[in-house]
Each structure stands twice: as C-alpha cells, then as structure tokens.
Design a protein. Structure first.
Length: 279
C-alpha cells in the first residue's frame, strides 16, 4: 500500500529503529527494493532522485511504483530525493509521490527556510510529507549525489530548531560527518552534534550517506534520532559488480539479466534492512 513518509518515520523515531531509503531509478531497483520489503515484512522508502529524471519521468516512476506497491500489505513511500527545483517538487506531488525532499542546503539560511516553508504549505495540503536539509555533506568516492566539490558543513542545532519551527517540515537531513558515496578515509561521525539536534527538535532525523558507514556509528545514530537512512552507492556498485561477473561467465537473454539484477538489488537492500533494525 502507498503512504507518505511521516506515516513510516514516526513509529521508527518513537521506537528507535531506522527505515532505509533506497535510491531507485529503473525497474530493477524499484522492484528489488520493494520485494525486499515484502520478504522482510518491513516498510520501504523508494527514493527517486531528481538527478535521475534522465532515466524516467516523475509520472513513469509514480506509475511503476504504484503498480508494484498497491496490491501489497506493507507501507511503501515513493520519495523524491534531493530536488533543488521547486517546480520539479510540485510536479512530483501532482504525479502521486508521497514525499518530497527540498534541498536548499546550498542556499543562504533564510532563503532555504522560506522555500522549504512554501513547499511544506503545498505538500501538506495534499497529504505529502516533506524532508529538508541543513548543513552539507562532502563528496566521497563513487558518489552519485551532490557535486565533487561539495565540502562538509555540520548542521547547527540552534539553526535547526529555528528552521523546523518556522517550516513545519516532517523530517530533517543533518550533516554530522557522513559523506555522499564511500569514505576516502576513516569516518568521524559527530554523534555529539546529533544528540543536541535531536534534543532540540524532537522530529525524525535523516542520515544521508549510509553506504559504508560503520555499524557501530549507525546504531548510535539510530539511538539518537535518526529514523531514515539513505542508501545509494552500495546498491549500484554491488549490482554492477555482480552483473559484470555474471556476464563474464555467460550471456543471458536481457530479460533474464534483468531478473538477476532484481535479485542483486533485493539482497543488498535486505542486508541494510536487517542492519537498521538490529539494535
């Protein structure tokens, strides 16, 4: 069944577990992620990044996910990830997305706040949840999010409190030391900052850059307010590597290769589902 992000995240936040947000951009990734949810009996956030509009339209993504999810008993949220364009966000709402992320993190604080508030006003009137971001993540290896020149800027707890109060946003993505992609060195996850943010806000928090973050750090983050964790790079790198290994041994029909790739995605997603709920 289709739902919005808030419906999935509030129980996770209150009960101290996290739900994976799995980047999807074709049939194989959407189906693999949703089948992982079915087989584990857990909610799934299928995240379609705005940068993947070259792969399929918002309307196609929505039609595909609705067709896969509507017959199911588990909650599925189709989430627009990392959109800096408010027009794209409004189109996603119109297309049937249950959640949108407005990424104004590169803008001056007051402009980010004003734009996010405008998005919330429209989205909430349609029953759609909104995620926003304060602070910025650095770009790691194999990153397919943000820009190679992105630099780390930690989220300020006082600014976050003002931002959430003024916008009524449903979830906030925070910068505490994770990276988009894979780490270039040893991670330094600032759980101390996260604790301050969680204490100040009391709403579900989002961790971008879940791929490759050490398990102990992830579990500490979940215990301190993180209810949604984004995973992209590892899904892609694992599916590509396993597809290459398969093609080195045999040359299956394209339709058969597609089914293998659904399984590759599903196995990676199931691993993260178990990880995020293992506390």
């Amino acid at each position: 069944m289709m739902t919005n992000l808030k419906t999935i995240l509030i129980p996770a936040y209150e009960k101290k577990y996290a739900v994976g947000s799995f980047n999807s951009y074709n049939y194989e990734t959407f189906r693999g992620s949703i089948e992982a949810g079915v087989e584990t009996g857990t909610p799934i956030i299928a995240a379609f990044g705005a940068k993947y509009l070259a792969n399929m339209s918002l309307e196609t993504a929505s039609a595909l996910v609705h067709s896969l999810a509507e017959p199911l008993d588990i909650p599925i949220c189709l989430h627009l990830d990392h959109s800096k364009d408010m027009e794209v966000i409004f189109r996603a709402i119109q297309a049937g997305f249950g959640s949108v992320m407005y990424d104004g993190s590169a803008l001056p604080f007051e402009e980010n706040l004003a734009n996010t508030r405008a998005v919330c006003r429209v989205a909430h009137a349609c029953g759609v949840s909104v995620e926003a971001e304060l602070g910025s993540l650095a770009a790691g290896r194999e990153s397919h999010e943000g820009e190679a020149t992105d630099v780390e800027k930690y989220t300020d707890p006082k600014a976050a409190k003002k931002f959430v109060s003024a916008t009524d946003v449903d979830a906030l993505a925070v910068s505490i030391g994770t990276v988009h992609g894979l780490y270039k060195g040893k991670p330094n996850i600032r759980v101390d900052i996260l604790k301050e943010i969680d204490k100040a806000l009391g709403i579900p928090l989002v961790l971008h850059g879940g791929s490759g973050t050490p398990k102990a750090d992830i579990l500490q983050c979940i215990a301190n307010g993180i209810a949604k964790i984004n995973v992209n790079t590892e899904i892609s790198s694992d599916a590509v590597a396993r597809s290459a290994a398969l093609l080195a041994k045999e040359k299956p029909h394209f339709s058969v290769l597609s089914l293998h790739q659904v399984d590759f995605v599903k196995e990676t997603v199931k691993k993260y589902i178990a990880f995020f709920r293992s506390h």
